[in-house]
Design a protein around this ligand. Structure first.
Ligand SMILES: *Cc1c(COP(=O)(O)O)cnc(C)c1O
Length: 237
C-alpha cells in the first residue's frame, strides 16, 4: 500500500513539474511519517524513499534510533542512508535531542533555538541543515517568523557554526482552490527570491519547502523545491 501510494505521489510531482515547465528532479519529496511507526518508514525506505519528516521530537527520536542501521534501497540494492527532518515546533528543552538525532530542522523561527541547536550539534556530525519557518499567511498565533523578519533571522542563523542555512519552510492554512493556494505560495516564493537577490548570505538558499498532500501541485506551480507529504503516502492519521 505504502509503495503504491509513494508511486502515485511521485507521479503527481512529475505531472506538476511538467505542467509548470520544471524538471521533475527539481522537487524533492519529504515523506511525513508522524504518528506512523518504524515499520511504515521501513516500507517506504524499501522503495527508495530516503527523507522523512517528523513533528514530535520524542516520537521522531524513537524511530531514528530504531532504524539507525537501515538504508533506503531500491529492488534490494542500497541507495543511501535515511535523512530525518524535524518539521514541528522545537522547545528549548528539546534542542539537544534534536541536535543529536536529526539531519535537518525546518521549523526554526527564533534565534535562541538556532543558537542552542548550533552549540549542541555533536562535533562528529555534519552541520544541521536549517530552514527558517515563515508565517506567510499571517495567521495570528501560528508559529513561523513574519516575512519581514525572515531575512534578518536568516543572516544571523547563517553565522552559526553548527548549522548550514538551506532555505525557508511555509505551512499556509488550507486554501479553497488551486488559485488561492498559488497566491499564498507565491508570497513564500517571492520572499525566497528576495532573500537570495540581496546576496548577503554565505550561500544561496536552495530549499523552498512548501506543499503537502492537498496542495502540492499549487506549491510546485509556485516554485516549491521540497514537498512534505504525509497522508497521501501513509494514509489518514
Ligand atoms: C503533517 C504535516 C505535513 C504533511 O501533511 P499531509 O497533509 O498529511 O500531507 C507537512 N508539513 C508539516 C509541517 C506537517 O505538520
Amino acid at each position: 500500500m505504502i509503495v503504491r501510494n509513494l508511486q502515485q505521489v511521485r507521479d503527481r510531482i512529475t505531472t506538476a513539474c511538467m505542467a509548470a515547465g520544471r524538471l521533475p528532479d527539481s522537487v524533492r519529496l519529504l515523506a511525513v511519517s508522524k504518528t506512523f511507526g518504524a515499520a511504515a518508514v521501513a516500507e517506504a525506505a524499501s522503495d527508495g524513499q530516503q527523507a522523512f519528516g517528523e513533528n514530535y521530537i520524542a516520537e521522531g527520536v524513537e524511530k531514528i534510533r530504531a532504524l539507525r542501521d537501515l538504508q533506503a534501497s531500491r529492488q534490494g540494492v542500497p541507495v543511501g542512508a535515511l535523512q530525518w527532518h524535524c518539521i514541528g515546533p522545537v522547545q528549548s528543552n528539546k534542542t539537544r535531542l534534536v541536535a543529536e538525532h536529526f539531519d535537518w530542522v525546518q521549523s526554526v523561527d527564533r534565534l535562541k533555538i538556532a543558537q542552542r541547536l548550533s552549540e549542541q550539534r555533536p562535533a562528529g556530525l555534519p552541520p544541521l541543515q536549517i530552514c527558517i519557518q515563515v508565517n506567510t499567511d499571517g495567521g495570528g498565533n501560528k508559529s513561523g517568523v513574519a516575512p519581514e523578519e525572515a531575512h534578518a533571522l536568516a543572516r544571523d542563523v547563517a553565522q552559526l557554526p553548527g548549522l548550514t542555512l538551506r532555505g525557508i519552510m511555509s505551512i499556509p492554512e488550507p486554501a479553497d482552490d488551486f488559485v488561492s493556494a498559488c497566491a499564498v505560495h507565491a508570497r513564500a516564493k517571492a520572499l525566497f527570491d528576495e532573500i537570495n537577490a540581496r546576496g548577503d548570505l554565505p550561500a544561496l538558499l536552495d530549499t523552498l519547502s512548501m506543499g503537502m498532500t492537498a496542495d502540492l501541485e499549487a506549491a510546485i506551480h509556485s516554485g516549491s523545491t521540497m514537498v512534505r507529504v504525509g497522508t497521501a503516502i501513509f494514509g489518514k492519521r
